[in-house]
Design a protein around this ligand. Structure first.
Ligand SMILES: Nc1nc2c(ncn2[C@@H]2O[C@H](COP(=O)(O)OP(=O)(O)OP(=O)(O)O)[C@@H](O)[C@H]2O)c(=O)[nH]1
Length: 213
């Protein structure tokens, strides 16, 4: 996570954790992916609308958390040594945002391992979204957009590229997941099913995302 968030992560994260049991009406969404892909930065951009550049300091265990409407969004550590801590959070998660860094091939190659882990520890109906972050760094791109799309299709999960720096598609990622969870919870039998893929495609065009890619 970014250094400016250190105090909030350590004290705020703890407080929220204690309160978790009491507020189990909230839908839990967690951010997962290799260390350094930008999970903390994405959540900071979503919550504060800003990007804090600078030296990178890794999240320890569970990072900070944001409450948004009826959603509780948790940042997690990407480092292997905290995996047992983060696994405990998978079980309660209603949605998982799985990130890789478009400039880092190994973070993309590790997505399959992350998905295996998710399927092992998370609930079977968990909403998963794949995000290729750092889309602003096009000159250092190591993973083409269509490679991300292909992997997402293979696992039948929605996909988009995001930038925690410019904010592109950040709000869309969270709102698409929120809409999917809301429709699942209150869907009436005769109502057409919410189509997350179609929603993302229609909104992506509006956000002008594609000029970055
Ligand atoms: N250019 C650019 N840099 C980014 C972006 N997102 C994150 N970064 C940078 O990448 C580094 C790592 O970002 P973090 O948000 O701390 O990564 P993390 O996934 O939370 O890492 P862990 O806490 O170890 O799991 C930081 O230096 C960020 O400033 C982005 O979208 N664009």
């Amino acid at each position: 996570h970014s250094p400016a968030y250190e105090s909030r992560c350590e004290s705020g994260g703890g407080r929220e954790r204690e309160g978790k049991k009491k507020r189990n009406f909230l839908d839990d969404t967690i951010l997962v992916g290799d260390s350094g892909v930008g999970k903390t930065s994405l959540l900071v951009q979503f919550d504060q609308g800003k990007f804090i550049p600078g030296s990178f300091s890794a999240t320890v265990g569970i990072g900070f958390t944001v409450q948004w409407f009826l959603f509780q969004i948790w940042d997690t550590a990407g480092q292997e040594r905290f995996r047992s801590v983060t696994h405990a959070y998978y079980r309660d998660a209603h949605a998982l945002l799985l990130l890789y860094d478009i400039t880092n091939k190994s973070s993309f190659d590790n997505i399959r391992a992350w998905l295996t882990e998710i399927h092992e520890y998370a609930q079977t109906d968990v909403v998963i979204m794949l995000l290729g972050n750092k889309a602003d760094m096009s000159s250092e791109r190591a993973i083409r957009r269509d490679e991300g799309e292909r992997l997402a299709r293979e696992y039948s999960v929605p996909f988009m590229e995001t930038s925690a720096k410019t904010g592109v598609n950040v709000e869309l990622a969270f709102t698409a997941v929120a809409k999917e969870l809301k429709h699942r919870a209150i869907q009436h039998p005769n109502e057409p099913k919410f189509q997350i893929h179609e929603y993302i495609e229609s909104q992506k065009e509006k956000s002008g995302c594609c000029s970055y890619f």
